[in-house]
Unconditional design. Structure first.
Length: 78
């Protein structure tokens, strides 16, 4: 009663299945202009220069703080 009913003779797979090639979706065309590349490069150079300037400023402020601290400590000892 609850057993599945199978067909008497199963149908063979079609012979042309191996000949079919899966359909490929065409890739979208992306065009990059020379101006866009130049803008990205210039932006990268500017950001790198700003980062280097911030790093140099931080180091110089740290050195100045250490020098001032040592000078103030020497005056408190006298």
């Amino acid at each position: 009663m609850f057993l599945p009913k199978y067909p008497d003779s199963p149908t063979p797979p079609p012979a042309h299945v191996a000949d079919q090639v899966p359909a490929r979706r065409p890739a979208p065309q992306i065009s990059v202009s020379t101006g866009a590349v130049a803008t990205v490069l210039v932006g990268g150079v500017v950001l790198t220069a700003l980062l280097a300037a911030v790093a140099v400023t931080a180091v110089s402020v740290a050195v100045a703080a250490v020098v001032l601290r040592s000078l103030l400590r020497d005056q408190h000892r006298r």
